[in-house]
Design a protein around this ligand. Structure first.
Ligand SMILES: [Zn+2]
Length: 65
């Protein structure tokens, strides 16, 4: 898959591996944010080597997981 940076108009480079946007909840009493590694969205990521912008896409929708 070819991905372009909207800022630089350059090709972005795939970061190897699959990652996740982890679900979070907020404890209203303490304002503490709790990370829930049991939930979230699998993603693949691309980085722009010019400006370091990162783009992520659903790994499920791309059929990568
Ligand atoms: Zn860029």
């Amino acid at each position: 898959m070819r991905v372009f940076c909207e800022d630089c108009k350059k090709d972005m480079t795939r970061i190897s591996g699959t990652y996740a946007l982890t679900g979070v909840t907020k404890d209203r009493r303490t304002d503490k944010i709790n990370f829930d590694p049991g939930s979230g969205v699998p993603v693949v990521a691309y980085v722009c080597t010019q400006c370091n912008r990162i783009k992520i896409y659903s790994a499920v929708r791309l059929g990568e997981i």
